[in-house]
Design a protein around this ligand. Structure first.
Ligand code: MD6
Ligand code: FE
Length: 206
């Protein structure tokens, strides 16, 4: 018998939070960020195996992954430059949905091409686990899997479309989650098939 999945308190999926015009405006900001802070190839610390997504960041801190571990740092791992500023649209999003009194410090940009995915993981590299993580999806639909507080807990999958916002707050903050696959050709926002996911985070305590 299959176990039923209970949505954790504090998980929210805000479908179509951004309309098409806002998605285009946000995409233009992200393209500008990536011009200044080129996509890099993250690697798994123990094995040094590359992840299938490419990444960049904006904000005062950025998340990086390489043979030395997972961490937040103020500069780009390849160029050594500080991360570009966080676009105001993202600060406004955080203010609108996070319920947290201080602004986000990091926006991780995950760039998926058609075959990319992201294994089940917890977001727990932040010193601040009280603030939620807020994400925005752009481009092709991604099949998102949300689980529980252990890797073995039941999971449930849902589609994230361009413009959707997810909030992992409260009891859902440390729930396992990942992207099983993306569905090429489901959006016309990007010039090619692919998906972008932005995750906004408060890294340090207040
Ligand atoms: C993705 N998202 O949607 C991967 N993490 O491509 C995440 O890993 C994520 O959507 C924390 C909070 C929301 C998320
Ligand atoms: Fe995550």
């Amino acid at each position: 018998m299959t176990q039923t999945y209970e949505f954790p308190q504090g998980f929210r999926l805000l479908s179509a939070y951004f309309d098409r015009a806002s998605q285009e405006a946000l995409l233009a900001h992200i393209r500008e960020v990536v011009t200044k802070a080129p996509l890099f190839q993250p690697r798994m610390p123990r094995t040094n195996a590359p992840l299938s997504v490419r990444m960049s960041n904006c904000g005062s801190l950025g998340w990086v992954a390489d043979k030395n571990g997972y961490r937040y740092q103020p500069d780009h791992p390849d160029t050594g430059e500080p991360w570009p500023e966080m676009p105001k649209m993202l600060l406004d999003l955080w203010e609108g949905v996070s319920g947290y009194e201080a602004p986000p410090q990091a926006c991780l940009i995950n760039w998926y091409d058609g075959g990319a995915k992201m294994g089940l993981h917890q977001d727990k590299d932040e010193e601040n686990l009280v603030a939620p993580v807020v994400s925005v999806s752009l481009g092709d639909t991604g099949v998102f899997r949300l689980g529980g507080l252990t890797r073995k807990a039941p999971t449930r999958s849902m589609k994230l479309s361009s413009g959707d916002v997810v909030v992992l707050g409260g009891a859902s903050r440390l729930c396992y989650h990942g992207i099983d696959r993306i569905m090429p050709g489901t959006s016309t926002l990007l010039r090619q098939s692919g998906r972008i996911n932005l995750t906004l985070r408060r890294v340090t305590p207040l």
